[in-house]
Design a protein around this ligand. Structure first.
Ligand code: SAH
Ligand code: SF4
Ligand code: F3S
Length: 490
């Protein structure tokens, strides 16, 4: 089985640092296949999940994975374009691969993911060592592209599909602890947030067949996994109807005289919740404009639907939100938070993404972000300063006019505010008993285990006789802004 292998290349604290870069690489595996694949992934969870699909496709075509790129026949870099820094990291990495390629010219180097999609053929001109460029919807074509590259012909496929969901491909778990796993439930994004490159790199939104999602969850549960995270850029707009998606299924139902219904996100999480009460379900990301009370009531109904919502606000000011084309106001956002508190209570974890220094943001508007944070009391946030992306609506329409020093100052104020609130929120957990799913040994010490409570907070406690994958009750007796500490109680 694959096991966790995360390299701390940059500063690893995605919760608080703009420079945070998470990198996940393939692990050494030998099932006697002919060739070796090295794959390294940057960016969001969706990209990590895609690398698991890519590995599955490559395994079926004669490749074992390796953890050292020097030994690989094919090196794939799954890239991210979300901020300029993300792209710089990839270019630096390609520079390092260049030295190996000089010694080993037969090695094939491929660039996948969002940066591949954004730059297309230009990548081959800009980075001479790259042999293959494949966008997020072109992964089935990879074995063919590799063959062409081996024959000396560089290959590009950046076709974006309206249908591709890779529903039939069983992902090979790459960064897994054997307890938690990701399941992609949709691809693409139909929103047009003005700062965001994703609609251009990932194409139109499409939802995956719910039955294939439930089957993947069942399969993971049978293999010992105890938590799945359902992934999409905007999970609340999940929508699947047999009419649009599966004609033969529709016909079968019609023959049996059953009614045909559209499956929305609330329906989907209920379906997955029923796989087993022992399987925890999380999801990400919820869009404030789309999250419905129906979803919140479904979460309330099932204990195994974790009480945690990632609800990125981006800004606390209505004018800035309009410029960002987020299609909600500060008041609408607050209304959604109030609904979460009313239906799921104070204990439900809420987190956010925040952008500091968006085009024309004034000091007062920045203060609105800080007061929103005070109102919501986020458990944590991912915080960034604005980075203009070529081709986006904001790049075309607005001037990137906030000086870098001001962006950084505002970001620091947001980070400081979040640290303060995280500590305040965590202190409320002291003295309480939490159900924790054990994910493995704590990074701090072999004598301690770590897991998370339903609200997604990391809890660390002495090992005792406990095993990973088990649920335990932990009484919390201390905390920092990032972590809860406690002891197992019977
Ligand atoms: N679909 C998710 C966001 C995915 S991108 C959502 O709508 O919430 C993850 C985060 O990166 C965004 O929420 C945003 O905070 C940040 N981000 C996206 N584009 C950015 C840019 N150009 N500059 C800075 N941060 C950006
Ligand atoms: Fe980007 Fe907005 Fe889509 Fe999120 S919802 S991926 S921020 S366009
Ligand atoms: Fe990056 Fe693409 Fe994800 S731009 S954040 S890898 S969708």
């Amino acid at each position: 089985m694959e096991e966790i292998l995360i390299k701390d290349i940059d500063i690893i604290d995605p919760k608080v640092n703009e420079t945070a870069q998470m990198v996940i690489t393939s692990k050494e595996e030998d099932t006697g296949k002919r060739k070796k694949l090295y794959i390294e992934s940057y960016g969001c969870q969706m990209n990590f999940a895609d690398s698991e699909v890519v590995t599955s496709i490559m395994q079926s075509n004669g490749y074992d994975t390796t953890s050292s790129f020097e030994n690989a026949d094919v090196v794939l870099l799954n890239t991210c374009s979300i901020r300029d820094k993300a792209e710089q990291t990839v270019r630096n990495r390609l520079g390092q691969f260049n030295n190996i390629k000089k010694r080993k010219p037969e090695m094939t180097i491929g660039v996948l993911g969002c940066m591949a999609e954004r730059l297309k053929e230009k990548f081959l001109e800009e980075e001479k060592i790259v042999d293959i460029v494949a966008g997020p919807d072109a992964y089935r074509d990879l074995p063919q592209l590799v063959l062409s590259a081996e024959g000396g012909e560089k290959g590009v496929n950046t076709f974006l599909s309206r249908e591709e969901t890779y529903a039939d491909i069983a992902p090979v778990r790459l960064n897994s602890n054997g307890v938690t796993a990701f399941i992609s439930i949709m691809r693409g994004c139909d929103n047009m947030c003005s700062f965001c490159v994703v609609p251009f790199t990932r194409g139109r939104e499409r939802s995956r067949d719910p039955y294939s999602i439930v089957n993947e969850a069942k399969d993971l549960f049978e293999k010992g996994y105890r938590e799945v995270t359902l992934l999409g850029q905007n999970v609340d707009s999940y929508k699947w109807s047999p009419e649009e998606n599966n004609k033969s299924w529709l016909e079968k139902k019609e023959r049996k005289g059953e009614s045909i219904q559209v499956i929305n996100f609330a329906n989907l999480i209920e379906m997955v919740a029923q796989v087993s009460p022992e399987l925890r379900i999380r999801f990400s990301t919820s869009h404030p404009k789309d999250i419905t009370d129906e979803v919140l009531y479904a979460m309330k109904k099932y204990d195994n639907l974790c009480k945690y919502i990632h609800l990125p606000a981006q800004s606390g000011n209505t004018r800035v939100l309009e410029l960002m084309n987020r299609t909600y106001s500060r008041e609408w956002y607050i209304n959604r938070v109030d609904a979460i508190r009313k239906i799921l209570g104070e204990e439900c974890g809420i987190s956010s993404d925040m952008i500091a220094g968006f085009c024309s943001e004034t000091e007062e508007e920045h203060q609105d972000t800080l007061t929103l944070m005070d109102y919501v009391k986020y458990d944590f946030s991912y915080m960034f300063y604005y980075s203009e992306r070529p081709g986006t609506l904001a790049a075309k329409k607005y001037e990137d006019d906030i000086p870098l020093a001001t962006k950084k100052k505002r970001l620091q104020e947001i980070i400081d505010k979040q640290q303060e609130i995280s500590l305040e929120r965590n202190r409320l957990d002291i003295g309480k008993i939490h159900e924790v799913l054990i994910e493995g040994t704590s990074k701090r010490s072999d004598e301690q285990l770590q897991g998370r409570n339903t609200a997604n907070k990391v809890v660390i406690f002495p090992r005792g006789n406990q095993q990973k994958g088990a649920y335990v009750k932990v009484k919390v007796n201390d905390c920092t802004a990032a972590t809860l500490f406690g002891e197992v109680v019977s």
